[in-house]
Ligand binder design. Structure first.
Ligand code: ZN
Length: 96
């Protein structure tokens, strides 16, 4: 869930986490209890745990310590060549 910034008129700014559909315009200040208004800012979305963050982390890691392998990667298995067809029309073709 994104983090939103709120500004207390008496204290300072603070952050709260809300779902995008339920973010309020005002929140209670955790320090003084006053009503704090939400600041207009971009919601900060977390990338932690996502596929994008794993790829970025792996790219940053390999920039410093390239991954080494001890063997070649396995060959992709190709489907075995089909020697016979099941199409009945092919039964009428001349044989070699
Ligand atoms: Zn306050």
């Amino acid at each position: 869930m994104p983090t939103y910034e709120f500004r207390c008129p008496d204290c300072t700014d603070f952050d709260l986490v809300f779902a995008m559909r339920s973010v309020p315009e005002n929140a209670t200040c955790p320090t003084c209890g006053a009503s704090a208004r939400r600041r207009v800012s971009a919601p900060r979305l977390s990338r932690a745990g996502s596929a994008a963050s794993r790829v970025i982390d792996a790219a940053q890691r390999s920039a410093h310590e390239p991954e080494t392998v001890s063997s070649l990667p396995g060959r992709a298995r190709s489907a075995p060549a089909q020697r016979y067809t099941s199409n009945p029309l092919h039964q009428k073709l001349p044989r070699p």
